[in-house]
Design a binder for this molecule. Structure first.
Ligand SMILES: C[S@@+](CC[C@H](N)C(=O)[O-])C[C@H]1O[C@@H](n2cnc3c(N)ncnc32)[C@H](O)[C@@H]1O
Length: 260
């Protein structure tokens, strides 16, 4: 019974790829904004399926759901924090089409989204992903204030590192920095001349999100993409886009991007 429940939860998260809605959304929006053709959408979907990345991650997520149970010190149930496959495929299409040189991501956790991004760079045979993560580790004692009080239950298992689910063959285009983005993002950006794609999925406080957007935007190339997940948590992304006079493109109710 419990196993069935877990399976249902995982399937909801990963099998969305088979949802017809995805074609509608991608055709309707991404085709217009980044000139993604129907042929490219088909090609990217086929290669995505051929990679078997969903199956690989699904197995790891099943293990996670079975073995990692409990609550954070804030009383929230542990979870993997993984981006849905639907969102992942949107971003995969964008990264394949735009072929960025430099991608920056905040919020890695177990590495589900990171795996999808790295697969796109691998297929592009181009680009590097710089990720920042301050992981909360399951079954570990923390002091109040170690994490933002609004944080959800995303954790990594004890003994693992951020991004542990990422397949080995994708790791050569990846650089991980561990620490809070408030401290580490400026350090990472300082090493880079420009960035072409930025995505936020770390601490969803207004202050942290605005801080990340502002820092990333400064280095974002013209035509580069600024994206955020969990934009329903506060109005920072909507406010930031307004401030920059850029129209937001929604890929769902919680995720959006704009082009600089
Ligand atoms: C929702 S999870 C990321 C999930 C990941 N993007 C995926 O789709 O698999 C958020 C991650 O950000 C981390 N985090 C929380 N606050 C942070 C901060 N201030 N700076 C960097 N990472 C933070 C969390 O511990 C967690 O690992």
């Amino acid at each position: 019974m419990i196993v069935d429940k877990i399976k249902k939860k995982i399937n909801r998260r990963l099998n969305l790829i088979k949802d017809k809605k995805i074609k509608w959304e991608i055709n309707g929006k991404l085709e217009k904004i980044i000139n993604l053709t129907k042929e490219e959408i088909k090609e990217y979907k086929e290669e995505f399926d051929r990679s078997k990345i969903l199956e690989d991650l699904q197995k790891k997520l099943e293990d996670f759901e079975k073995n990692i149970t409990g609550k954070t010190y804030r009383g929230v149930d542990y979870k993997s924090g993984a981006l849905s496959a639907e969102k992942a495929l949107y971003i995969y299409n964008i990264l394949r089409k735009t072929k960025p040189e430099t991608v920056v991501e905040t919020g890695v956790c177990n590495g589900v989204s990171t795996s999808f991004f790295l697969l796109a760079l691998h297929q592009n045979e181009k680009g590097k992903l710089y990720s920042i993560d301050f992981p909360e580790i399951a079954d570990t004692e923390y002091e109040p204030g170690d994490f933002w009080e609004g944080k959800g239950g995303s954790v990594i298992p004890k003994g693992k590192q951020s991004g542990w689910m990422i397949p080995d063959y994708l790791r050569d285009r990846w650089e991980l920095t561990v620490g809070k983005s408030q401290e580490k993002l400026p350090e990472v950006l300082e090493k880079l001349e420009k960035i072409d794609f930025f995505i936020h999925d770390s601490e969803h406080s207004y202050e942290c999100m605005w801080f990340e957007f502002e820092r990333a935007y400064k280095l974002l190339s013209e035509g580069g993409i600024l994206m955020s997940d969990d934009i329903d948590r506060n109005s920072s992304f909507q406010d930031f886009a307004k401030d920059k006079k850029r129209p937001l493109v929604y890929l769902g109710s919680k995720i959006a991007f704009f082009v600089k």
